[in-house]
Ligand binder design. Sequence first.
Ligand code: HPA
Length: 250
Amino acid sequence: MSMNIDLAVIGGTGVYHLPGLQWQDSHALQTRFGAPSGPIRTACIGSAQVAFLARHGEGHALPPHQINYRANLQALHDLGARRVLAINTVGGIGPDYGPRALAVPDQIIDYTWGRISTLCEAPGSSVLHVDFGNPYTESLRLDLLAACKNAGVGVVAGGCYGATQGPRLETKAEIARLRRDGCDLVGMTGMPEAGLARELGLSYASLCVVANWAAGCDPVDTEITLEEVLANVESVSGHLLAILEHLLEP
Ligand code: HPA
């Protein structure tokens, strides 16, 4: 089944729906890579059609390294999406990226391992060496930044996303290394998702929600708790619909 989807949203930790939106339909899709993390919900924002998929499943059952990223993106593609907004819950490393900040990164360093990270492994597929110098689609990034501005929501423009394996959080030494490498943000789901989106020819950008200071970055050295992470994401997720409304304005 293929529809005219103006934007697909992949929700991260703490974003299992879009507050304020009523779903119209739910699609249980199968792809050549298997099943996505859960049903794809669809709704209208104004005259635009939006699709939504919870990356970890609706009950947050899937850890980052077990998500079927290929099936998720293929399912959104099969449904008709050509633009994907990834919402990524992250830890903040750089001083501008404190808890509850929103950021639209422009670079990625991939520290993940053992994840299927390409479509090329599918039987019969040819080898692709897609350009990935700018891992996010610049036009969608700029539209997203403009939408945040028009919605009156503060956002940090740019930053380097370090993708770690998880599901455990990082050590302070690992974060110190990421900082030296130039990472501003750290999360567990940014890759291989962005690379697969490029291979599929999808426009793809990330809106990062900073849930906590990454290990060793908090001026007050406290333990990171899931409660803190979810409370910070919750406080920011109320802005999402307004951002989407501006992003989808005709
Ligand atoms: N590290 C990695 N991923 C995360 C973090 C973190 O500190 N917070 C939320 N996702």
